[in-house]
Design a binder for this molecule. Structure first.
Ligand code: 1CP
Length: 349
């Protein structure tokens, strides 16, 4: 079991740390040659359903980069997939839904999650990884926030304008609210089981929340997200809430009650700290595309993020979104070293 003591968990709680903790969203992905070797050409959902394989993939970036947290190798659509709702993950595209949700009758196809029966493989992966990790390295479990998961179920796949999901919420708010309530319950059941199996913290990915206006976020996304975060907080583990392009939503998202707000690269961390208030830690926010530049540039930009994070406790270094597949793993390893050496937020003198 990993203990509740390492730098990642301390930073989440805005406590002093020996060094600024760092991990990378999508750290277990295609940037790693050892991942590509292990994965081969099979479907990612098949890999996720194999606990030995998923545990190994989860641990690879911890060994390679020396990050302060592992993130469970899974996907935000796994709970709906595991309950038999027809969804596939198409390589190079993302989750694709065979029969999208468009009417009240479609909701009947979305049954509640039975975590052990439906996703026992995820829980086994958690147990295997928790056994292997050093006590100071945290294991992060996760779920998709109701709005972002709903966007795939309603659009039928990745979307640019989210026109169908917005059409549903505005034209049939009753069906919309029923849909996000069901997805909130699924996230709560999945996350509760992950915590019981040994995850130390939970990240809720509302990746596409930034497509909503503040008024629509508040009415159509915030209540279900708040319900998930309330339920997880009661389990005693720190929570992180993350989305892309959420600069105008950071105040509202903070009101959903996460311990840590994930910040993308568009908002400097000192500005983000003002928007989320003194009672939350921040996580971020190096632009993932910067990591494709020569290391001198990456080092300058990393130092700029650390400077904006300041000296107040409560900073987890991360990218502003996921690692791009073409990133040189050597660059990420060097970023970890630099953050550990030079980060100052809450660092004991
Ligand atoms: O470190 C890790 O790689 C952890 C595992 C992980 C996580 C945390 C995967 C594996 N998926 C996720 C979360 C996830 N999945 C999010 C939230 C994070 C984010 O914003 O990036 C989202 C939006 C998804 C949905 C998804 N799954 C997409 C995005 C599609 C879109 O709308 O643009 C994609 C491409 C996938 C497939 C997927 N999931 C994970 C991997 C490694 C892959 C690519 C594998 C493949 O294509 O075969």
């Amino acid at each position: 079991m990993s203990a509740g003591t390492g730098p990642f968990l301390a930073a989440c709680r805005r406590e002093p740390v020996p060094h600024t903790p760092v991990w990378f969203m999508r750290q277990a992905g295609r940037a790693l040659p050892e991942y590509r070797r292990l994965r081969g050409s099979g479907s990612i959902l098949q890999a996720i359903a194999d606990p030995e394989l998923s545990a190994e993939i989860t641990l690879q970036p911890v060994r390679r980069y020396g990050v302060d947290a592992a993130i469970l190798f899974s996907d935000i659509v796994v709970p709906v997939w595991a309950t038999g709702f027809g969804v596939e993950i198409v390589p190079g595209r993302g989750p694709v839904v065979e029969h999208p949700i468009r009417s009240p009758a479609d909701l009947r196809r979305l049954r509640p999650l039975e975590p052990e029966g439906d996703t026992g493989f995820v829980l086994e992966t958690v147990r295997l990884v928790a056994r292997e990790l050093a006590p100071e390295v945290a294991l992060i479990g996760f779920a998709g926030a109701p709005f972002t998961v709903a966007s795939y179920l309603v659009e039928g796949g990745p979307s640019r304008d989210f026109a169908r999901v917005k059409t549903l919420m505005h034209s049939d708010p009753t069906t919309w609210h029923e849909l996000v309530e069901r997805l909130a319950q699924m996230a709560i059941d999945s996350l509760s089981a992950q915590v019981a199996a040994g995850v130390d913290a939970v990240q809720l990915f509302d990746s596409w929340a930034g497509s909503l206006s503040p008024a629509d976020y508040e009415r159509f996304a915030l209540p279900a997200t708040r319900r998930v975060l309330d339920a997880v907080r009661a389990l005693g583990v720190p929570t992180v809430l993350f989305g892309v392009g959420t600069g105008e939503l950071l105040g509202l998202m903070s009101s959903a009650g996460p311990d840590v707000m994930g910040i993308d690269w568009r908002v400097p961390l000192d500005v983000a700290r003002e928007r989320v208030g003194p009672r939350r830690a921040v996580q971020g926010n190096l632009d993932p595309a910067v990591c494709l530049a020569p290391f001198e540039v990456v080092a300058d930009e990393t130092r700029a993020v650390l400077a904006r994070a300041g000296t107040a406790a409560g900073h987890v270094f991360n990218l502003g979104h996921g690692v791009l597949p073409e990133t040189d793993p050597g660059i990420l390893g060097a970023v970890v070293e630099l953050v550990h050496a030079e980060g100052r937020a809450g660092v004991r003198p």
